[in-house]
Write a new protein. Structure first.
Length: 285
């Protein structure tokens, strides 16, 4: 989508961090922006900031774990701006821990926000984007944790691998129409994600303060400026770029994972169980 001026974007988790960076970049490029976020006060501040800069912007309080709320946010976006062209399914929360021992309420929280939140955004917004025929773009926020199994983050990795899987499938499914798909895989970005526990709902155990021992705050503080990510996402939409990596220095993780996977094929080609068996090398789809 080369010409973004006047196009309408919805961004979940847009009141902070990378979502706010996207909102700023989109508004600067002349797009109309609807921010969705679970936190009212930062949402109102973000909308006010964009309006002060002359942008057409609005906000809607939404919990992405709730399909009805996301559907209402999509309806509000179209009522406010007439149509929608871009959806950024960006709201997300971090959960540390090993898959086999992580507290189950945290497991459910991270899956509900990071995976179901993306699915709800796709279900509510993509049919509305496809309905007007002008084309559009989906940006799903995954992570490098969706490309490589980072230690001590099994549940988070699971959700982000799922977001990469959904995005890659949609890239293939929409390769011949006017919907483009990108998956955003950031490295470390200096956002407020370290205090995401403030938004953990009671059903997941309630709000929780960050642990002072875990070093997340110090690591995040050295991360990339989220406004740079916002500008990169805008450029990716204009360039129709499917994979958005924010830290080129992490390329080695993809190379390392590919090497491990291909070693599995080397083993399969020589293992006794498959000796002499002919196969088609085809998959459905
Ligand atoms: N910061 C990083 O280093 C990093 C790296 C890789 C991926 N990510 C991903 O980037 C995305 C954005 O995170 P960020 O780092 O900008 O963090 P952030 O905490 O600054 O922003 C996330 C926003 O999402 C909102 N949110 C949380 N739960 C929500 C819910 N249920 N419904 C609606 N909104 C909700 C928060 O209120 C906040 O405004 C997330 O998906 C995260 O997993 C972050």
């Amino acid at each position: 989508m080369k010409d973004v001026k006047g196009k309408v974007a919805f961004i979940s988790g847009g009141a902070s961090g990378m979502g706010l960076g996207m909102a700023r970049a989109f508004a600067e490029a002349g797009m109309k922006v609807m921010i969705g976020d679970i936190e009212r006060a930062p949402l109102e501040r973000a909308v006010e900031e964009l309006r002060q800069k002359g942008a057409e912007a609005d906000g809607v309080v939404v919990d992405v774990t709730d399909m009805e709320a996301v559907e209402a946010a999509a309806q509000a976006t179209v009522e406010r701006f007439g149509k929608v062209h871009v959806v950024c399914n960006n709201a997300g929360v971090p959960v540390g821990g090993h898959s086999e021992t992580c507290n189950m309420r945290n497991w459910h929280w991270v899956v509900d926000v990071n995976l179901w939140g993306v699915v709800h955004g796709l279900q509510a917004f993509v049919p509305r984007i496809m309905s007007h025929g002008e084309g559009g773009h989906v940006v799903n926020t995954a992570s490098m944790a969706g490309m490589y199994g980072l230690r001590g983050a099994g549940p988070y990795n699971a959700t982000k691998f799922a977001v990469v899987g959904i995005s890659e499938t949609m890239m293939a499914e929409h390769s011949r129409d006017n919907l483009n798909i990108s998956v955003l895989c950031p490295g470390i970005v200096a956002t407020n994600i370290g205090t995401a526990g403030r938004n953990r709902a009671d059903k997941y155990g309630g709000a929780v303060a960050p642990s002072e021992k875990d070093g997340t705050a110090a690591a995040l503080a050295k991360g990339l400026d989220p406004d740079a990510v916002g500008r990169q996402v805008l450029e990716a939409i204009q360039d129709e770029q499917p994979y958005i990596f924010t830290d080129p220095g992490l390329r080695y993780l993809i190379e390392r994972r590919t090497k491990y996977i291909l070693a599995g094929y080397d083993w399969a080609e020589n293992c006794k169980a498959l000796e002499g068996i002919e196969q088609s090398g085809l998959l459905p789809g």
